[in-house]
Ligand binder design. Structure first.
Ligand code: TYD
Length: 138
């Protein structure tokens, strides 16, 4: 994980089925569009617009983030470079590999962030101190 950079983070298209009879859209995520099997699903909602989420990296856990509703910004850092990606479409997912620092901010009203993770929850897998993260990348 120590070699990952923000260039390894990508926005992927989630297959969308547009209903022929105008009944709305349906997106489907199966393991074949991800480089891992999903072990855990969680979601963030009712996030105040001035709140920050994330603020950590994972030692060995990949995550796909999807703005199911509304929008928010994801700041990703690899200890050298950083980039901000706005998620605002339910058919786009941000695939964050392990070893990447992420901060989620600017949540719009009603925003829902779905996360599909490659591992079950383990607090030992988190790096929550930015200085420790930077050290881990050297
Ligand atoms: P936290 O990592 O701070 O959330 P975020 O990174 O999205 O801002 O997690 C908040 C709390 O929820 C913390 O006590 C850990 C707990 N938690 C679980 O128990 N299981 C999980 O799958 C996740 C993501 C968090």
């Amino acid at each position: 994980m120590e070699n990952t950079t923000i260039d390894n983070v990508e926005v992927i298209n989630i297959p969308k089925i547009i209903d022929a009879e105008r009944r709305g859209n349906l997106c489907v995520i199966e393991n074949d569009i991800l480089p891992y099997s999903v072990e855990r699903v969680y979601y963030l909602f009712d996030v105040p617009s001035d709140a920050n989420r994330g603020g950590h990296s994972h030692i060995a856990c990949h995550e796909l983030l999807v703005a199911l509703s509304g929008s928010f910004d994801v700041v990703i850092k690899d200890g050298t470079n950083e980039k901000t990606i706005t998620l605002n479409k339910p058919d786009k997912g941000l695939l964050i590999v392990d070893g990447i620092w992420r901060e989620l901010e600017n949540f719009s009203s009603g925003a829902v962030c779905l996360v599909l993770a490659s591992e079950v929850y383990k607090e030992e897998d988190y790096i929550r101190e930015y200085s420790q993260f930077v050290e881990s990348k050297q």
